[in-house]
Write a protein that binds this ligand. Structure first.
Ligand code: COA
Length: 169
């Protein structure tokens, strides 16, 4: 399924990518959060974030990067200024790889590219918030050297879930 690594490319999201990113988002969120986020919350989120929603993200600036294989989008990340105060100026808001392409090093590549973009904008330090109930993501950010630095609780339709902030200098 992987084929050649040379057909892997990471680039800024373009308007023409909106539908493919919406589909990548839908599949990877269903896999990551089914049974963790309340069903209605997840369904509403997926309904809301269709191609039009992603088109407006793309229009509003350079926060989206996509990972493509042979010209097909198989992952994405969104990034920008940290939403929380503190010494970590950059944040990766989301980083998702389609289920069938996980576990073969592509998340590591996309993560490195996202960090590079934040650094190129002059943002020092990085924070990523992860749901504690998402063990693959927790393991991933620990394997890339993230330090468990803070905790918070977010309520999704009456269900309280713990989030962990991983940070990098
Ligand atoms: C988490 C995610 C981005 C990781 O990307 P990936 O391409 O699968 O990860 P990589 O192949 O680059 O693996 C890097 C390291 O992460 C860990 N890891 C990744 N996937 C894992 C899995 N399924 N189970 C256990 N550890 C895993 C491993 O430690 C791995 O290092 P190793 O290969 O030396 O053992 C990707 O699996 C994904 O999109 N998951 C679902 C969505 C999600 O949880 N996103 C993050 C939300 S904040």
């Amino acid at each position: 399924m992987l084929g050649s690594r040379s057909d892997i490319k990471i680039r800024k999201g373009r308007l023409a990518d909106a539908a493919a990113v919406a589909e990548t988002f839908r599949q990877s969120w269903l896999q990551a959060y089914r049974g963790i986020l309340p069903h209605h919350h997840l369904e509403n989120m997926i309904r809301r974030r269709g191609a039009d929603w992603w088109a407006s993200v793309i229009r509003s600036g350079d926060s989206l990067i996509v990972l493509e294989k042979g010209g097909t989008i198989i992952g994405y990340a969104t990034l920008g200024f940290s939403r929380t105060r503190g010494p970590y100026q950059g944040e990766i808001y989301e980083l998702y790889i389609l289920p069938e392409f996980q576990g073969i090093g592509l998340g590591t590549k996309l993560f490195a590219a996202a960090r590079k973009r934040l650094a190129a904008r002059g943002l020092r330090g990085l924070v990523v918030w992860v749901l504690e109930d998402n063990p693959n993501a927790v393991r991933f950010y620990e394997s890339t050297g993230g330090v468990d630095s803070a905790e918070s609780v977010e309520v999704f339709d009456h269900k309280a879930l713990k989030k962990i902030a991983y940070t990098w200098h």
